[in-house]
Design a protein around this ligand. Structure first.
Ligand code: ADP
Ligand code: MG
Length: 304
């Protein structure tokens, strides 16, 4: 795997507000990369810098082999962007919107038609091509926005909160489209989200808050590091289990006869189970979630 985005010490302030305070990270080519953080974390500001819309105060970045600030045209040719707020004209049909957008790319008439058709196919926007953009549902709009970003077949697709504000079913559909782009087209996807369960599906996550990177890793690594798994045991003899756990200095709580024993890693539960197997009437291991990771890192629930 090679690195397609490399970021070092990127920073941006708005007046006295340090929106992004020196962030470093890499994105692997062909991966699905998620920037996770609450509102105001600095996600959009970082994306705006990487997509050449905002000039960094400090730091450097390379996108698809082009140096930010030195070859911004190169970067723009290699990326597609789906913004938080759409740029399409509500009065034009989806197809008209895409043809207008495509005309920026200096293609011949037949190339333009082919490029739009390919983008529509990839984004799954074929069913509502002839309808005005302003009349579409939220999920249809997102797919039209994605089609717009794909006309010039970019290597990297940036999506800033692509599913925010959509209902769960529609979020799932948009998410399926995004995954397909990555899996079938090998496109690198860089998205921001404040939905934990979405970030958990990424290949790699950077958790950001207050303009800084708090942690990064695969969802599995982050959960192993920052979330606690819970072993739940229903004993035949509660006193015996309590004595056993106390002898091991294992912390636990009891609720309705069920012992809740936090374990640092899932496999640690096996040690405990092995030593009291004959006293176990029932058991469950509940894995830590991305919510736990976030809580641990920021000390707060997600500020939605
Ligand atoms: P996120 O996308 O993670 O919600 P943003 O990058 O949009 O966060 O914002 C980071 C911080 O910078 C916030 O405190 C926001 O209010 C501030 N900010 C963003 N854009 C501007 C701007 N153009 N002018 C002033 N402050 C801004
Ligand atoms: Mg944002």
């Amino acid at each position: 795997m090679s690195t397609i985005i490399n970021v070092k010490g990127l920073a941006k302030s708005f007046g006295s507000l340090e929106a992004v305070r020196g962030v470093d990270f890499d994105v692997e080519q062909g991966s699905l990369f998620a920037f996770l953080g609450p509102n105001g974390a600095g996600k959009s500001t970082t994306i705006d810098m990487l997509t050449t819309q905002l000039k960094p105060d400090a730091g450097e970045a390379t996108v698809a082999g082009y140096r930010l600030g030195r070859d911004n045209d190169g970067i723009r040719s290699a990326i597609g962007i789906v913004f938080q707020d759409s740029l399409l004209d509500p009065l034009l049909t989806v197809e008209e919107n895409l043809l207008v957008r495509g005309s920026f790319y200096k293609l011949s008439r037949s190339e333009l038609k082919a490029a739009v058709a390919r983008a529509v196919e990839t984004a799954g926007a074929g069913d509502f091509l002839k309808r005005p953009y302003g009349k579409l549902s939220g999920g249809q709009r997102r797919r039209a926005d994605i089609a717009r970003a794909l006309i010039h077949t970019p290597q990297v697709l940036f999506l800033d909160e692509p599913t925010t504000g959509l209902d769960p079913q529609t979020r799932q559909n948009v998410w399926t489209t995004i995954r397909r782009l990555q899996k079938e087209r090998g496109m690198t996807i860089f998205l921001t989200t404040h939905y934990m369960e979405e970030a958990a599906q990424a290949d790699r996550i950077v958790v950001m808050d207050h303009g800084k990177v708090l942690a990064e890793g695969t969802p599995y690594e982050l959960k192993e590091r920052y979330a606690t798994d819970m072993l739940k045991l229903k004993p035949h003899d509660a006193e015996e289990l309590a004595a056993y756990l106390q002898a091991r200095s294992a912390s636990y709580t009891v609720a309705s006869g069920i012992f809740h024993i936090p374990v640092a890693e899932t496999v640690r539960a096996l040690d405990i189970i092995d030593g009291c197997r004959s006293n176990i009437a029932g058991l469950e291991i509940v894995s830590g979630t991305m919510d736990d990771v976030f809580l641990h890192l920021t000390g707060t629930e997600v500020r939605a």
